[in-house]
Design a protein around this ligand. Structure first.
Ligand code: GLU
Length: 305
């Protein structure tokens, strides 16, 4: 795909797509009280092609929690520290056909999590992080990501308190299934670690910087691991709708229920977006609408010249 065309994209053009996309609306998630109280009209977008070419629109300084957008980076960290064999003894690489938190999917798969982008896979991987408790595990992941990407992620303690304030019986059922099937050492530590890493928070610039870890060759990361994570995002990052977006957009994408959306443009850069209103599946409505517009523009004129 001619991503280099992005270099010619003007702020004015991007702003007009943003304005159009922001007429769309969705729902806020209800199962985390603080997320349910998010300002639905908050918005930020960063198109970062390299250190010099960056377009940012909206609430650039507003931090938001990553939620499931952390999952590709959990996978990257573990591939880097433990290698493919260990990681893929705990999690699969198959797209899922049910919701991101489906217990049924896990039961259908005899307790082996289908992929690392759904909750079962990420909870299983949270159990593999080094550290004796959730605090130290989350902290190690946070520090490593900040070092490698020059981002400034921090733990959003208020969001974590809010996540903990209501029992998440679905994630608990998933963890218990995993433990029963022998893919989890500690239900409590894995769940607590998973909740904490989902509450790592940053600005749109931090998210764009994280994305660069997967977009370009990196002195400390294996190209194979980067490719593995990008492939997992492409085929599984948007859950049961991943296949549809893979066919239409064809890029590694990850969404999270806080409204974060990360798109990798291999060898070119990233698109990072934050807009909290979600569709039925749990993806940012505005984020995906802007992406569709950008891809249409990118492909227009493909056959001219
Ligand atoms: N912590 C959230 C959950 O387990 C993450 C889900 C998401 O962002 O898609 O439900």
């Amino acid at each position: 795909m001619p991503f280099s065309k992005f270099n010619t994209l003007t702020l004015l053009q991007l702003e007009s797509w943003v304005a159009q996309a922001r007429t769309k609306s969705g729902q806020l998630p209800r199962y985390v009280p603080l997320l349910a109280e998010s300002d639905p009209d908050k918005f930020a977008l960063a198109l970062q092609l390299d250190q010099t070419h960056q377009l940012i629109i909206g609430d650039a300084d507003v931090p938001f929690v990553l939620m499931s957008v952390i999952k590709p980076f959990l996978l990257l960290f573990l591939l880097h520290h433990l290698g493919q064999e260990k990681v893929f003894s705990r999690v699969g690489f198959q797209p899922s056909s049910l919701a991101f938190n489906s217990v049924q999917q896990l039961i259908d798969d005899q307790g082996f999590p289908r992929n690392s982008m759904i909750n079962s896979g990420a909870i299983a991987l949270a159990d593999l992080l080094p550290g004796t408790d959730a605090d130290s595990r989350c902290e190690q992941l946070r520090q490593w990501l900040n070092q490698q990407s020059s981002s400034q992620l921090r733990l959003d303690q208020s969001m974590l308190d809010s996540v903990r304030s209501l029992p998440n019986s679905t994630n608990r059922a998933i963890a218990e299934q995993l433990a029963q099937a022998g893919y989890l050492n500690s239900v409590e530590i894995a769940l607590d670690t998973y909740n904490q890493i989902c509450c790592l928070s940053g600005t749109i610039t931090d998210l764009a910087r994280l994305g660069q870890l997967l977009a370009h060759p990196h002195p400390h990361l294996s190209a194979t691991h980067q490719h593995t994570v990008n492939t997992a995002m492409l085929s599984c990052g948007l859950y049961e709708t991943a296949d549809d977006y893979a066919k239409r957009i064809g890029l590694p994408i990850k969404s999270g229920v806080s409204g974060g959306l990360l798109v990798i443009l291999p060898d070119q850069g990233v698109i990072a977006c934050y807009s909290p209103q979600l569709d039925q599946v749990g993806h940012s409505v505005v984020g995906l609408a802007i992406l569709e517009q950008m891809m249409q523009w990118l492909r227009s004129g493909d056959f001219q010249s």
